[in-house]
Design a protein around this ligand. Structure first.
Ligand SMILES: C[S@@+](CC[C@H](N)C(=O)[O-])C[C@H]1O[C@@H](n2cnc3c(N)ncnc32)[C@H](O)[C@@H]1O
Length: 223
């Protein structure tokens, strides 16, 4: 039995609350607004690639970022190869109650979300002709990643207070190493120490305006 609770955020979209960490999966001010602003707006829409776009997500969670990326890629006729790291996959019984199909203007939201969650981990699936997905059941600390592979990283782990082991220079060096030159990493977190750790790992880091309720977020570029 999952102890995670569904919570309606400020924009009406659902997220999950984890009592033992006292953490939400998304901003309580708006899950959809945060994902659209940070990961799609500042991340996916900032990548200029003429070929396939390789994305790595740290913390696939509910699959909301993956879902929104799929929809955006289809709109723009882009091909995406998406690898989502998730050491603690959610039960479909819980995820199937999230209200993303009534929030997103996309008729196949439920079918897509179900595919994302019911695919086995560790192998590639063609979700459509423009989107391939592989889920990996592993922690970022343990992941061994190919060098210079990704155009874009969604760094969407729980916050530094709940999981300090994830927000350190060592992990950002790992991200730097697995990204292509010109690759972009986005996160909702704007903590000073996180920004400095990213810079020490080699990134050029920008502080950019955040979604509702958050002054700033970070975007790091591998130059
Ligand atoms: C903020 S929530 C994820 C939000 C997710 N992107 C979404 O849209 O639902 C953080 C996620 O990181 C996962 N996580 C926890 N520890 C992790 C670790 N060591 N490495 C990678 N992911 C981790 C959690 O299980 C959770 O799904």
């Amino acid at each position: 039995m999952s102890n995670k609770k569904i919570h309606k955020t400020g924009d009406g979209s659902h997220t999950l609350f984890v009592p033992e960490l006292n953490e939400f999966y998304h901003s309580a001010k708006g899950a959809y607004s945060e994902s659209m602003h940070v990961f799609i707006g500042l991340g996916f829409n900032s990548v200029s690639s003429t070929g396939d776009i390789h994305i790595f997500e740290v913390g696939l969670g509910t699959g909301l970022n993956c879902l929104l990326t799929f929809i955006e890629a289809e709109k723009r006729n882009l091909r995406v190869i998406y690898q989502g790291l998730e050491p603690f996959p959610l039960d479909w019984d819980l995820v199937s109650n999230l209200n993303y199909s009534s929030i997103l203007d996309y008729p196949e939201t439920d079918i897509l979300l179900k595919k994302i969650h019911q695919f086995d981990t560790g192998r590639w699936y063609d979700v459509s002709k423009h989107f391939s997905l592989k889920k990996v059941k592993e922690k970022i600390e343990d992941a061994e990643l190919e060098p210079c592979k990704y155009n874009l990283v969604y760094y969407d782990a729980f916050g530094p207070k709940a999981q300090p082991e994830i927000w350190n220079q060592e992990n950002f060096e790992k991200m730097f190493h697995c990204m292509k030159e010109g690759g972009v990493l986005v996160t909702y977190c704007a903590k000073g120490q996180v920004r400095r750790d990213m810079q020490s790992a080699g990134f050029r880091v920008e502080r950019l305006p955040g979604p509702p309720g958050k002054r700033e977020v970070l975007r790091a570029v591998k130059l």
